[in-house]
Design a protein around this ligand. Structure first.
Ligand code: PRX
Length: 655
C-alpha cells in the first residue's frame, strides 16, 4: 500500500473554485475563523439558525461524563416538524420535496405540503398501533417515498426508527428487530430492482416466524406498502396494508416537542466482531450537523437546486443526505428506486437530464463501474445542469476523480470528497466548494467546527508528511451517543484505543501531506469496505462456519478495481464432505449460504477451498498473508507462522 500512497501524494493537480462560484457560495472563508475562535458558540449559532426550537437551549455541550455527550440538551424540538411543517408554514408548501422515479419509469412529484400531510397520517396510524416516545419501529422498504414518510412519522412521535437495508436477509433483519425490540415493522411487498420485483415481505414473515430459540417476539403490527404485484402471505391481526389504513387516517397531527437528546434512530453497522452494532443517534445535534453540512458542503440553494444523493435509506448516507439534511433545509431532491443500469446503462444520466439535477452525490464504486462502461453512455445525455459533485464511502482514486469531473461534471464542476461514518452521523472532512482548491484523491480538511488529527499508536501527532491513525479530538453535534444496549462496547471500541481522554478512534488509516491535507487510506481493523458498504470479516466468517460443511474459515478484503474491496474467503471443508462433494460445487453453495444468512452484499467474490490456514504459534490467523494470495501478490514474511510451509500449499491450491 505504501508505494501506492507515495504515488498519490505526488498528485500536483489543483482545482481552485471558479470566481463566480466562490462569490455566490453559501460557505465563505471567514467560516473557518468563526468556528476556530469558539467551536461551541459556532455550533450553537448553527443550531439556532438552521432549526426551529420549540424550547430554545441555553447550553450547547455537556461533556462532563465523556464519552457520553449531550448537545443542546435543555432545548426541545420536533425533528419531523423541522423537516416538514415549518416549510409549509413559511409559505413553501408548494415546493417539491421529492421527485420520485421508479425503476420501471413511473414517477411521483410530492410537495412539502403533501409530504407533511402524508407524514401526519402515518403518525396517526402508528399512534393507533400504540407507538409512542422511545418505542422502536423497524423499517424495511425499497426506495419509495413511503420510506422517507415512515422515517419522519416515527421521528414525529419521538419514537426511534431502525431502518434495515432491503438487501439484508431475513436472519439479519431478525437479529436487528430483536436487538432493538421493535414494536412495529414497516415494509412492502417488494421493490423494483433490475427489472423485476425483489420481494421483502417474505423476509419479514420469516424474521417474525416461529424460531424456536425462546427469544420473545416483540413485533405487534406490520404495515405493508403495496409496490409490486407480488402475492403475499398475510397474518390476520398483525399485518395491515398501508393503502387500507393511511389514506383513511386523520391529517391532523400536531408535532410535540421532545428534548434534543431524545433518541432519533438506531442504525446497525458492522464492526470487528460477528455481531453488528446498533449505532444510536439523537435529535438536536444530529439534525444540526445534518442540515449544516448539507447546506455548506453541497452549497445548497433550496429555491433553485435539485439535489440527488444516490444512497439507499438503509445506510447512514441515505439517512442524513436523503431524509434529514435535504428536508431540514427545504430542498428539492430526486429519489430513485432502482439500480443504476436498469433498464439501460444510462439510467442515472437519464434521470439527471429529466429532472435537471444540479448537485449529485454518489460513491466511487459507482463512478468506477461507469468508467468501465465508457464515457459514450453519459455523453448521450444532457448533464449541463450539474454544478456540484460529491463522493462518499471510500477513498476515490485520482483517475476516477478526474473522470467524474470531466465526464459527469463537464470539466469545471467542483468535487467534494466527503469523509464520515455511520458513527459520525454527518460529514466531518471535506473541501468546501467555494473555498478549497481541491486535490484529486484527497478529502483534505476537517469542516469548520470539527477537530481531526492523525496520530501514531501512542496517540502522538504524526505531523505533515506522515501517516497514522485518524482521530477526532473534540466532540461534535452529530456524534453517535452510544451502541444500543452496550455502553461498554461503545467505550472500548471508540474511546479507549489511546491513553488520551476524548480521542475518538475512527478505525481508518490516514496520511497528512505537506500541505496538511488528509488522504484516507482505508480501514485498519477487520472491517472491509465493499462498494462503499461496511462488512465485517468476523461476521462473514461466523456465517461460513455455521454451514455444516465448514470446518474453519478466514475472510479477507482483497482490493478490487471496481468495488474497492471484495470479500474473499478461505475455507477448510470437513473431511466427510470433501469426499462426497466437489470443491467447485461447495464453493458455490457457500457463496449462496452467506447471501442467505447476511445478504447479497456479503456474498464472497471468491471462495477458496483449502487444506490449511496460516496461523501464528498462538493460533491467530494471519490475514495479511491471505490477502497477498487473494490479490495475486508474492506472499510476504511468513517467519511468524507455526508452519511456514502452509502458505506455499495454499498458494498452490488457489492457483
Ligand atoms: O473507511 C471509511 C470509509 O467508510 C467508512 C465508514 O463506513 P460507513 O459507516 O458505512 O459510512 C459510509 C458513508 C459515510 C469509513 O470509516 N469512508 C467513508 N467516506 C470516505 C471513506 N474513506 C475514504 N474517503 C471517504 N470520503
Amino acid at each position: 500500500m505504501s508505494s501506492q500512497i507515495d504515488h498519490l501524494l505526488d498528485e500536483t493537480r489543483r482545482f481552485p473554485p471558479a470566481e463566480e462560484f466562490a462569490a455566490a457560495a453559501v460557505a465563505q472563508p471567514e467560516v473557518y475563523e468563526r468556528a476556530g475562535a469558539d467551536r461551541e458558540a459556532f455550533w450553537g449559532e448553527q443550531a439556532r439558525e438552521l432549526l426551529h426550537w420549540k424550547k430554545p437551549f441555553t447550553r450547547v455541550l455537556d461533556w462532563s461524563t465523556p464519552p457520553f455527550a449531550k448537545w443542546f440538551d435543555d432545548g426541545e424540538l420536533n425533528v419531523s416538524y423541522n423537516c416538514l411543517d415549518r416549510h409549509v408554514e413559511a409559505g413553501n408548501g408548494d415546493r417539491v420535496a421529492i421527485l420520485w422515479e421508479g425503476e420501471p419509469g413511473d414517477s411521483r412529484r410530492i410537495t412539502y405540503a403533501e409530504l407533511t400531510d402524508e407524514v401526519k397520517r402515518v403518525a396517526n396510524v402508528l399512534s393507533g398501533f400504540g407507538v409512542g416516545v422511545g418505542d422502536r419501529v423497524a423499517i424495511y422498504l425499497p426506495m419509495i417515498p413511503e420510506a422517507v414518510a415512515a422515517m419522519l412519522a416515527v421521528a414525529r412521535l419521538g419514537a426511534v426508527h431502525s431502518v434495515v437495508f432491503g438487501g439484508f436477509s431475513a436472519d439479519s433483519l431478525r437479529s436487528r428487530i430483536d436487538d432493538a425490540g421493535a414494536k412495529v415493522v414497516i415494509t412492502a411487498d417488494g421493490g423494483y430492482r433490475k427489472g423485476r420485483v425483489s420481494a421483502l415481505k417474505p423476509a419479514v414473515d420469516q424474521a417474525l416466524g416461529d424460531r424456536g430459540d425462546g427469544v420473545q417476539q416483540t413485533v405487534e403490527h406490520v404495515l405493508v406498502v403495496k409496490r409490486g404485484e407480488n402475492d403475499v402471505d398475510w397474518v390476520e391481526g398483525r399485518d395491515v396494508w398501508w393503502h387500507d389504513i393511511v389514506p383513511a387516517a386523520s391529517v391532523d397531527h400536531e408535532a410535540q416537542a421532545f428534548p434534543a437528546e431524545n433518541p432519533l434512530f438506531i442504525l446497525y453497522t458492522s464492526g470487528t466482531t460477528g455481531k453488528p452494532k446498533g449505532i444510536l443517534h439523537t435529535s438536536g445535534g444530529y439534525l444540526t450537523q445534518a442540515a449544516y453540512t448539507h447546506r455548506n458542503v453541497f452549497d445548497l440553494k433550496p429555491e433553485t437546486d435539485v439535489f440527488w444523493c444516490t444512497a439507499d435509506i438503509g445506510w447512514i448516507t441515505g439517512h442524513t443526505y436523503v431524509t434529514y439534511g435535504p428536508l431540514a433545509n427545504g430542498a428539492t431532491q430526486v429519489l430513485y428506486e432502482g439500480t443504476p443500469d436498469a433498464p439501460h446503462p444510462g439510467r442515472w444520466w437519464e434521470v439527471i437530464e429529466k429532472y435537471g439535477v444540479t448537485i449529485f452525490y454518489t460513491a466511487p464504486t459507482a463512478i468506477r463501474s461507469f468508467m468501465k462502461i465508457g464515457r459514450s453512455v453519459p455523453r448521450k445525455f444532457d448533464l449541463s445542469s450539474i454544478r456540484l459533485l460529491g463522493s462518499v464511502g471510500e477513498p476515490i482514486n485520482p483517475e476516477a476523480w478526474m473522470w467524474y469531473r470531466e465526464v459527469i461534471g463537464g470539466g469545471d464542476t467542483p468535487i467534494v470528497d466527503t469523509w464520515w461514518q455511520t458513527e459520525t452521523g454527518a460529514i466531518m472532512v471535506s473541501p468546501l466548494p467555494g473555498i478549497t482548491a481541491t486535490k484529486p484523491g484527497s478529502a483534505q480538511v476537517p469542516l469548520p467546527g470539527i477537530a481531526i488529527d492523525v496520530v501514531d499508536e501512542t496517540g502522538e501527532e504524526v505531523g505533515n508528511g506522515n501517516g497514522g491513525l485518524l482521530v477526532i479530538t473534540e466532540p461534535w453535534p452529530s456524534m453517535l451517543r452510544g451502541i444500543w444496549g452496550d455502553p461498554e462496547r461503545y467505550k472500548e471500541t471508540y474511546w479507549e484505543k489511546f491513553d488520551k481522554q476524548g480521542f475518538y478512534f475512527a478505525g481508518d488509516g490516514a496520511r497528512l501531506d505537506e500541505d496538511g491535507d488528509l488522504w484516507l487510506l482505508g480501514r485498519v481493523d477487520d472491517v472491509m469496505n465493499v462498494s462503499g458498504h461496511r462488512l465485517s470479516t468476523a461476521e462473514i466468517e461466523s456465517s461460513l462456519v455455521a454451514h455444516e460443511a465448514t470446518a474453519e474459515a478466514a475472510v479477507v478484503g482483497a482490493s478490487d478495481e471496481t468495488t474497492g474491496q471484495a470479500v474473499v474467503a478461505f475455507v477448510i471443508i470437513k473431511e466427510s464432505y470433501l469426499s462426497e462433494h466437489d470443491a467447485a460445487g461447495l464453493a458455490t453453495q457457500l457463496r449462496q449460504w452467506v447471501g442467505e444468512q447476511i445478504g447479497a452484499i456479503a456474498r464472497p467474490r471468491d471462495v477458496y477451498i483449502v487444506g490449511e490456514l496460516p496461523k501464528t504459534r498462538s493460533g491467530k490467523i494471519m490475514r495479511r498473508l491471505l490477502r497477498d494470495v487473494a490479490e495475486g501478490r508474492e506472499v510476504g514474511d511468513t517467519t511468524t507462522l507455526a508452519d511456514t510451509a502452509v502458505m506455499s500449499i495454499i498458494s498452490a491450491q488457489v492457483k
